[in-house]
Design a protein around this ligand. Sequence first.
Ligand SMILES: C[S@@+](CC[C@H](N)C(=O)[O-])C[C@H]1O[C@@H](n2cnc3c(N)ncnc32)[C@H](O)[C@@H]1O
Length: 263
Amino acid sequence: MTDLSKLPGVDPEVPNAARMYDYYLGGSHNFAADRAAAERVKSAMPFAVDVARANRFFMIRAVRFCVQEGIDQFLDLGSGIPTVGNVHEVALGINPQARVAYVDNEPVTVASAAALLEGEPRVTITMADIRDVDAVFAAPGVRDLLDLTRPVALLMVAVLPFIPDEDDPAGLAERYRSRLAPGSFQVLSHGSADQDSSGTAAAAEVYRRTANPVKARTRSEIAEMLRGTELVEPGLVDATEWRPEDTTGGQHRMMLAAVGRIR
Ligand SMILES: C[S@@+](CC[C@H](N)C(=O)[O-])C[C@H]1O[C@@H](n2cnc3c(N)ncnc32)[C@H](O)[C@@H]1O
């Protein structure tokens, strides 16, 4: 097994959002600095683990919804370190013909996904910065896997908080949507700045000193990221309230989530 801390582009001393998220979800692809930073976030926001889990479970339900709507292609931006309920496992579990293109810019994420996906022709992982839309669509893992003349589910799950205002996250979402066929879906979740401002501010301060400063945003800013889509029921809601299947996860109102149909 490769020593993940020695991968090019990895500084195990600098906490990283992908590996902190892996730690919240109980994964093992994280280093001491990631765990220490994640523990500081948990002190500021004791329900940080619940939020991460609620986000992940929302994503799983949303992927299932998309497959049931006939979607068999997924573009997952900021896909994260493989963990419970990976998109391809959920999608291919229902439709073995589904295809999934993962994209992330964190080397441990890409290496662990590549190892997991070896010998899996229907699923790719591409190392790219999602702000470079042309590079994402030109990458072989995306270009050769997805047929953009047919609908795609575009996943932007807990990734746009890492895109700063100056990079215009709503405009970025728009640029992705504009490449997709009518009948595609956008799946979005984003940290909400409307609640618990002291906890979120303290957590943001921890992230400010990581490789990935994070920004929670207001409901109207998050709604802008779905501009022009037709939101499926129940609209833009707390992640725990999006078509819930059970009552686990609690309702901390820290993560807004929605699925929009692209017209
Ligand atoms: C909180 S994780 C979310 C993972 C997964 N989408 C989920 O919700 O379970 C955020 C992911 O976005 C990735 N990320 C952040 N900024 C990115 C960028 N500019 N380009 C590509 N990936 C990015 C991180 O590396 C990390 O894996």
